[in-house]
Design a protein around this ligand. Structure first.
Ligand code: SF4
Length: 222
């Protein structure tokens, strides 16, 4: 039986798979909603599916995905620990940048995914995800590896793993930034346990009992 969060996330995925709200649906092989547990404490948001992702229906499974997997491993995380998605869920033709109108059309899905999962830390992979999640905060070159706190959530902009494939010096920067991510996660975990101890609730992994996900009929996807 699915938990409330798993059920709500499955509904969002179902909507994405049949979505025709922007022109990107025309040339996709399939939409790529996202992968990972609904209880993930860490989430990664990239730009959009590439060719391999479009073919397999999963995000970050190509060469850039291998970089991401290795970076996660460097701080003791596996792909099973993280929910991974993109700003747009359908592949922009020729891997071009997603257009503002396409990102806007798709925004309700990403908002719903974040609302359901409520991660402690969101990794922002690349400048398009940065513009979408932290508009006006600054550029990726100035913000990478830094913690940006919005409400109860920590955002960490990072260079896109694909960029490190073409510019070797960025790989070292990504590796150093990931070590900071480990520190941010540990601090968030400590804060959550302290808050749960203060309210007397069980310190279970994932969301607290006070944080119920939105029900199916409460999801506001557009
Ligand atoms: Fe729908 Fe998003 Fe795909 Fe556009 S990119 S068709 S809004 S799922």
């Amino acid at each position: 039986m699915l938990s409330g969060a798993e059920d709500a996330l499955a509904v969002v995925h179902e909507h994405i798979l049949v979505c025709t709200a922007c022109p990107l649906h025309v040339r996709r092989t399939q939409a790529v909603p996202g992968t990972g547990p609904a209880t993930a404490r860490i989430m990664a948001v990239g730009e959009g599916p590439g060719e391999t992702e479009d073919r397999l229906g999963k995000p970050f499974v190509g060469a850039a995905g291998n970089v991401l997997t290795r970076l996660l491993g460097s701080i003791g995380l596996s792909r099973d620990d993280i929910y991974i998605t993109n700003v747009v869920k359908c592949r922009p033709p020729g891997n071009r940048d997603p257009e503002p109108a396409e990102m806007e059309s798709c925004s309700g899905f990403l908002d719903a995914q974040i609302e359901i999962i409520r991660p402690d830390v969101i990794l922002i992979l690349g400048r398009h995800a940065l513009a979408r999640l932290l508009p006006g905060a600054g550029g990726i070159s100035g913000l990478h590896g830094r913690r940006v706190v919005r409400g109860e959530r920590i955002y960490v902009p990072l260079y896109h793993p694909a960029a490190a494939l073409y510019q070797a010096s960025l790989m070292r920067t990504l590796e150093e930034d990931m070590l900071r991510v480990r520190q941010y996660l540990d601090e968030a975990e400590t804060r959550r346990h302290d808050a749960q101890a203060a309210t007397g609730s069980a310190a279970a992994p994932g969301r607290s009992q006070q944080e119920e996900p939105p029900a199916r009929d409460q999801l506001d996807l557009f």
